[in-house]
Ligand binder design. Sequence first.
Ligand code: SF4
Ligand code: SF4
Length: 283
Amino acid sequence: MKIAVASGKGGTGKTTVAVNMALSVDFPVTLVDADVEEPNGIFFLPLTLEKSGDVSIREPVVNSSRCTSCGACAKACRFNAIAITPKGAMIFPELCHACGGCFMACREGAITERERVIGALSQGKAGNLTFIQGELNVGEALAPPVIREAKKRAEEASLIIIDSPPGTACPMVAAVGDADFVLLVTEPTPFGLNDLKLAVETVRTLSRPFGVVINRDGIGDEGVRDYCAREGIEIVGSVPDDRAVAEHYSRGIPAVVLSPDYKALFKEILRKAKEGISSKEDL
Ligand code: SF4
Ligand code: SF4
């Protein structure tokens, strides 16, 4: 059972929801920090991380002495990562998605592949919680392979909570694309609503069942609630705007530690997400 926690933009409380949900239960749960460009779930968890492996991609390398500048590789590349010059093909690593297309397209054997480490995985355990963190190396742009590897490490677990990268681009899609349920976290403000709409569009395109969690409920306006009512989107929970929670958060103390009421609140959000999965399976 995979539940992804996502949001149309950063800073809405996505990690707060993911971490507190994971800490609210008394049975085995695996939390994956898939926000690989800025993983910060560990700051709120009572455990020590140990590196468990590297994540590499196979990047293409052109042997110019064999290259005839035929252009077949550039034609095969869907990411415009290859330019053809009179001196041979030139690859732009920052655009390359390591798909292997050019390697297969080159009939001259002018392209080989080499491994390049782009990120790392770490892991820790405390009680019933297993935590897996993916981290993209500084200067690297290709987050999805690190996200996929982090998720793969969690595959055996019966309940997986995925803290997705913010936004609606490829990294978010890699994190939520195969989730059984997606919790979209938003703040009840016009900006929050705007980003929520984009996130809703994305999860609908991916055909993922989803619900909304309103964070810092009490600030802003009724726009998010009105939108959800119009669109028939369930609000599976709301976390009040609470100064004590914010103060403890800034010191790395999650809300569930603060009060049993918060533990009950996040447990209920998780229960509703699981209910959303069951109702999908009943269809
Ligand atoms: S397909 Fe091979 S030979 Fe043709 S341009 Fe690309 S690298 Fe060179
Ligand atoms: S590996 Fe894929 S993305 Fe990278 S240059 Fe080759 S075809 Fe383009």
